[in-house]
Design a protein around this ligand. Structure first.
Ligand code: FES
Ligand code: FES
Length: 872
């Protein structure tokens, strides 16, 4: 059907397909990319917003033909002056992280401020209700919209910070460009001759593949390739720790979950590729899936993954004599805590782009959390040397651990390799939810004792986690849960066993907090129960047991430096006392989280500063920007080391240099990457101090390579246990209103050294948003092995109007092994949150909730998020 409409002031004619959405027309036919596709066709994330005849509309839910005769405006068509105001407002307020949700919100902000020049924070929160942001917690987005309103009223507003020294709120790299939707994500990339990819996924969690017939798909006009396992020239199986995950499941094998790939298609356009994928005929012999981790570990359970027994890992920590200590304890509590599977819900679904290069290499554009791991695995899959792949990071639209494993990189690369053409492959939201690993559901049985004064005597814990069909990093998550079993407390006797089991559920792997969140929900619950038994205040019992220098962490590591837990407790104490004095019901929880993977893993920070002929300095590093602000803080370290202004540095992540550092995980990129930048920067500074100018130094490369090899494996029989390089600490206070709703959260965090206060606080605010959802509303049950929902509204992620007031207090207890005292802050923000909410709810209604999410609570019922309608 031919339609005509006005787009950003110009007349457009488009021949649209039946059922085509306006978003598809804008992105695919008109080349307008500021509206992003976060959930098409659900209309539930707001990323695709446009103004249609002046009204904000989610274009993914709008049939293209309904735009006929109308005027459509996207950010590209907003007048220049207002574009600049939008860019500056979001940059100055640090109102974005990964940025994927922001163009939609920025256009909404224009509409809000056009209509109401002085909008209240409440009105803004309500007006952005259709928008989801998984990163920011909305606090700084609302700040940015207030700033925009001010600017439009002609009032003076602060300019984005350009002071790049450590400790200053330097505006995020590319902030303005991202806010306007001009910074391309992978799915925004278009090159001449590009093909579009699509995948065929298994509908069954467990079935034998009897036959794959691609003939009908191949016969569809516009299809250029249909590939299956038989077409893989190299090693078909890959994985981060074990090669247990096939890029394609072949005939004769079993599919192991509903995200397994059977075939991949490349076609001239996305629509044809997806249609062809539906024409691939797969015959299955459906088998009974193993869906319960306890059942999976029974001797007669079918083996889920052919490469490994169903027991993926067993982590054990034993110190002292727990039985004797419990017997001698004045108070003992025990119980079973259970946490749920949740979806990362990064707003940008997985996407990859690959194209043959003129020199014979393959260019791979990835949004993964470790592009060098992607390169290694793709090279093996294609059966070519790693050097034949030029990997390039396209900073992603959120990851939170969910983009560590390969998603579509291998299939996209193979399609490009076979066709000799550029190929882009982007998952739909449903495919994304089916495919990538989730947060582990873990069941934890705890018994904890203390003496008459409330001092902990022993912790016994038994944990079992559902790791799903593939190992991912599931064993390490359960290992980390074991290692954090005692929280930030001094415990002389410890007996922990933590198991990870394969099942036919979607895999579980890394997600922000990596096992520590689950363990804290249990141990902090035990602390509240002990406080009650011992007649102690909940603050007091934590203070008496808080770790200090010289105390052992759960793993037996004796802490030697930078132990900030007491400082965080002190920081919230006045708020705790004041809330209680005011008659409020409050909850309290503490947290500890490793910074750096540790546990015997060799860890690298690598950086190269390359002086370019145009007077800029390219700053290469090996870790991924995913909204956490890594590239900005690395620039700040470069500024400190060299004395050059931040505008000199152009951050880059690609395989020009061999800077593989593994995954951007474990709150370690700032810790190790920052040190590498300082080292490289010092060398450049030395040349500048010798009287050379940047022009003199053009072409010079300054290297920073730091390696950490001194951590020890869990349970290693060594003279000195050092499981982790560093730790972050936190105390969070949750204050309820008279109806039991979360009114305010006060979060004190020891970050070692505040590199960028705005970005640092933003990490904590975003974490608390995620932590409150985890506590109250988020879940992804998988009845029969299939996610119960793919609807964003039903996943329970909190909207802006559901967010309480969040007050962040940044505490500095410098980390000697960190760059200028800094340590990671990416994960710890939500480690104590669920426990603090449970503590507050018990104070409110006397019910101790031990299962997440606590959806029966008044706090959860008050949230405006949707609920899963299907039976769970
Ligand atoms: S992509 Fe349109 S609302 Fe999500
Ligand atoms: S900044 Fe909103 S989803 Fe990342």
């Amino acid at each position: 059907m031919l339609i005509e409409f006005t787009l950003n002031g110009a007349t457009h004619r488009a021949d649209v397909r039946p059922g085509e959405s306006l978003l598809e027309t804008l992105r695919e036919r008109c080349g307008v990319t500021s509206p992003k596709d976060g959930c098409r066709p659900q209309g539930q994330c707001g990323c695709c917003l446009a103004l249609v005849d002046g009204n904000p509309k989610v274009t993914c839910a709008m049939p293209a033909e309904s735009a006929a005769g109308k005027s459509v405006v996207t950010l590209e068509g907003v007048p220049d002056q207002e574009r600049q105001q939008i860019a500056d407002a979001f940059a100055a307020a640090a109102g974005l992280q990964c940025g994927f949700c922001i163009p939609g919100i920025a256009l909404r902000a224009k509409a809000i401020t056009d209509k109401d020049p002085v909008p209240s924070r409440e009105a803004i929160a309500k007006a952005i209700d259709v928008h989801l942001c998984r990163c920011t917690g909305y606090v700084k987005i609302i700040d940015a919209i207030e700033l925009l309103a001010k600017a439009k009223r002609g009032e003076p507003v602060p300019a984005p910070c350009t002071d790049g020294r450590v400790g200053r709120p330097l505006a995020r790299v590319n902030a303005g460009q991202s806010a306007l939707g001009d910074r391309p994500y992978v799915d925004d990339m278009v090159v001449p001759g590009m093909l579009h990819g699509a995948l065929v996924l298994s509908p069954h969690p467990r079935a034998r593949v009897k036959r794959i017939d691609t003939s009908r798909a191949r016969a569809l006009p516009g299809v250029q390739a249909v590939l299956t396992a038989a077409d893989v020239p190299g090693e078909r199986w890959y994985g981060l720790l074990y090669n247990d995950w096939p890029g394609f499941v072949s005939e004769g094998e079993e599919v192991r979950y509903v995200g397994d790939v059977l075939a991949a298609v490349a076609a001239d356009d996305r629509h044809t590729a997806r249609e062809a994928a539906t024409l691939v005929d797969v015959e299955y012999e459906v088998l009974t899936p193993v869906l319960d981790p306890v059942r999976a570990l029974e001797p007669d359970a079918p083996q889920v993954n052919p490469t490994h027994a169903n027991l993926l890992s067993r982590s054990v920590i034993q110190r002292g004599d727990v039985a004797a200590a419990l017997a001698a304890s004045a108070h003992v509590v025990s119980g079973t805590w259970a946490t749920q599977r949740i979806e990362h819900l990064f707003l940008e679904p997985e996407s990859a782009f690959a194209e043959p290069m003129a020199d014979g290499r393959l260019r791979l554009c990835s949004q993964g959390q470790g592009i060098f791991d992607d390169r290694r695995q793709v090279a093996s899959f294609l059966g070519i040397p790693e050097e034949r792949i030029f990997a390039e990071l396209v900073p992603n639209g959120g990851a939170f651990g969910g983009k560590e494993d390969m998603s579509v990189q291998a299939q996209t690369a193979l399609l490009a390799h076979v066709t000799g053409r550029p190929v882009k492959l982007t998952l739909s939201r449903e495919e994304s939810i089916r495919m990538h690993p989730k947060r582990h559901p873990i069941t934890m049985h705890y018994t904890v004792g203390c003496d008459a004064e409330g001092r902990l005597t022993a912790v016994k814990a038994r944990m079992i986690g559902d790791s799903g069909a593939y190992a991912s990093v599931g064993g390490k998550v359960l290992e980390r849960a074991a290692g954090h079993a005692c929280g930030p407390y001094r415990v002389p006797n410890v007996d922990v066993e933590s198991l990870a089991a394969y099942t036919n559920n979607p895999p579980c792997g890394a997600m922000r907090g990596f096992g520590a969140n689950q363990a804290h929900f249990a141990i902090e619950g035990c602390m509240d129960l002990l406080a009650k038994q011992a007649g102690l205040d909940r603050f007091e019992i934590r203070w008496r047991n808080a770790l200090e220098v010289g105390d052992p962490f759960t793993t037996g590591q004796v802490l030697e430096k930078s132990v900030g837990i007491r400082k965080t407790l002190q920081a919230v104490k006045p708020h705790y006392d004041a809330a209680i004095r005011a008659g409020k019901k409050v909850g309290l929880a503490c947290g500890i989280k490793n910074s750096g993977i540790g546990n015997g893993v060799e860890e690298w920070g690598k950086a190269r500063l390359v002086v370019e002929r145009d007077g800029t300095v390219s700053l290469y590093n090996g870790y991924t920007e995913m909204g956490q602000g890594l590239l900005t803080v690395l620039v700040q370290f470069a500024v400190e080391a060299t004395g050059l202004p931040p505008s000199t540095f152009v951050p880059k992540v690609d395989s020009t240099f061999d800077l593989g550092c593994g995954q951007t995980t474990g709150s370690r990129a700032t810790l190790f990457g920052g040190r590498a930048v300082l080292e490289a920067g010092a060398k450049l500074r030395a040349d500048l101090d010798a009287g050379r100018t940047l022009a003199d130094l053009a072409g010079r490369i300054y290297a920073g390579d730091v390696v950490t090899r001194d951590t020890t494996a869990l349970g290693a029989k060594v003279a000195k246990i050092k499981t982790h390089t560093a730790f972050g600490y936190a105390t969070q206070l949750v204050i309820l209103d008279g109806d039991g709703r979360v009114e305010r959260v006060v979060a004190a965090h020891d970050v070692g050294r505040v590199v960028n206060p705005a970005l640092c606080a933003g990490q904590v605010e975003g974490s608390i948003h995620m932590g409150l959802g985890y506590a109250l509303t988020e879940e992804l049950p998988c009845p029969g092995g299939m996610p119960a929902t793919f609807k964003l509204r039903e996943l329970g992620v909190l909207r802006a109007r559901d967010m309480p007031v969040v007050e962040v207090i940044l505490v500095e207890e410098p980390e000697p092994e960190g760059p200028m005292g800094a340590k990671g802050v990416g994960e710890i923000g939500l480690v104590p949150t669920a426990a603090a909410v449970a503590s507050a709810l018990e104070a409110f209604d006397g019910v101790r909730r031990m299962t997440l999410p606590m959806k029966d609570s008044p706090a959860a019922r008050a949230m405006s998020v949707g609920r899963i309608r299907a039976a769970t």
